[in-house]
Design a protein around this ligand. Structure first.
Ligand SMILES: [Zn+2]
Length: 369
């Protein structure tokens, strides 16, 4: 469904009933769209129970309406029905992976972070949120050029892969996606307990998040650091140890290029980033500029970090390398990717399967931060 278009039309004050032919029609003449619209009005007027009643009708008639599911999530949330809210937001995200608002709501409800963005009244539509965010980002990128040395206050931890994308799989069946999720959760817990840095996760369970969405989440949380956690794999079964990567246009060596192409391989399932045609995109130019600074900072950070964790990490250090990792490309903050051990090495696979070993890794990574 062309939800954005409809919201734009709504925003411009056009009368919408002439579009109702596009939507599945009910026996009594009311369409799924009508119900969703009614739900939105109830929601805006604080009549949450009524909103839920009509929104349930809307999704029953049109199970593809991410818009209705998003509204349903917000109505449930207003009534503190967290489980139902998360369920509705998940459906919205599944139908429309670009729905960053619903995604953020899932993260907020499941982790209860305090987002910096919502100081004023809550914005009404995902479009409005996006517009406000874009505006704030442009202003921030113009103002904050003194922020070249930084303190990490907010970190987004990304558990590589998930859902249908298992990542690399070891000979004894250990899956990269499960190791990364566990390590990410443990690291999140540890950092949270220490209380010095505010941690966030890009995924909290075994589901797939497109690569570009992972950095979008980091940007949304206005993190100062993005860490993507992975486990390496190689045809050479004796390869083992850990490496820290940062993003650059060109790979620092052939091995780094191989690792990047392995991690980027899932990209074929993601929607391409749509290029805007016909005009010079000022924001894109600013972004490229900012990107250069971030990559430079990432390199400095990666070296310091790797040197520090070498002292405690229970794995051989393979040093720092750079390559073009898609998951890091659009981050508006320094970002690194950790390849912790080799799942293709039976020693590493065995140890990575063990809780105590994972805890040692997490402890050294947290210490490295
Ligand atoms: Zn990976």
């Amino acid at each position: 469904m062309e939800r954005r278009k409809f919201l734009q039309i709504l925003g411009k004050g056009f009368f919408v009933s002439s579009f109702s032919g596009v939507f599945p029609t009910a026996a009594f003449g009311k369409t799924a769209f009508d119900y969703a619209l009614e739900g939105q009005n109830f929601l805006q007027n604080g009549a949450y129970h009524k909103a839920i009643e009509v929104l349930l009708k809307a999704v029953e008639m049109d199970s593809e309406s991410d818009w209705a599911y998003g509204l349903l999530g917000r109505s449930y949330r207003a009534l503190h029905k967290e489980a139902e809210a998360v369920d509705a937001f998940r459906k919205a995200v599944r139908l429309n992976p670009e729905d960053v608002y619903s995604r953020m709501m899932i993260e907020m409800i499941t982790q209860k972070p305090v987002p910096r963005l919502q100081k004023e009244t809550e914005p009404l539509t995902p479009l409005e949120i996006k517009a406000r965010k874009e505006e704030a980002d442009i202003l921030a990128s113009l103002e904050s050029d003194e922020e070249l040395t930084y303190k990490v206050k907010r970190v987004v931890i990304d558990a590589g892969h998930g859902g249908f994308d298992s990542g690399a799989v070891g000979r004894n069946g250990l899956k990269e996606k499960d190791v990364t999720l566990d390590l990410a959760r443990m690291l999140h817990q540890k950092i949270e307990n220490e209380g010095k840095i505010k941690p966030f996760l890009t995924r909290t369970d075994d589901y797939y998040v497109p690569l570009s969405d992972r950095t979008t989440i980091a940007n949304q949380f206005q993190a100062d650091l993005f860490i993507s956690i992975h486990v390496n794999a190689s045809k050479n079964r004796s390869a083992q140890g850990s490496e820290t990567y940062y993003c650059s246009e060109t790979a620092s060596n052939r091995e780094a290029a191989r690792v990047a192409s392995l991690e980027n391989s899932v990209l074929k399932y993601d929607e391409p980033i749509k290029a805007k045609e016909g005009y010079i995109d000022i924001e894109e130019i600013l972004f490229r500029f900012e990107q250069r600074l971030n990559w430079k900072e990432s390199g400095v950070f990666a070296s310091t970090f790797q040197k520090r964790i070498e002292e405690k990490l229970p794995l051989k250090s393979r040093g720092v390398n750079a390559a073009n990792f898609f998951v890091l490309r659009r981050a508006r903050m320094p970002s690194i990717l950790l390849e912790i051990g080799f799942i293709s090495n039976s020693d590493d696979e065995f140890r990575l399967g063990q809780r105590t070993f994972r805890q040692r890794i997490v402890d050294s990574v947290a210490w490295g931060l």
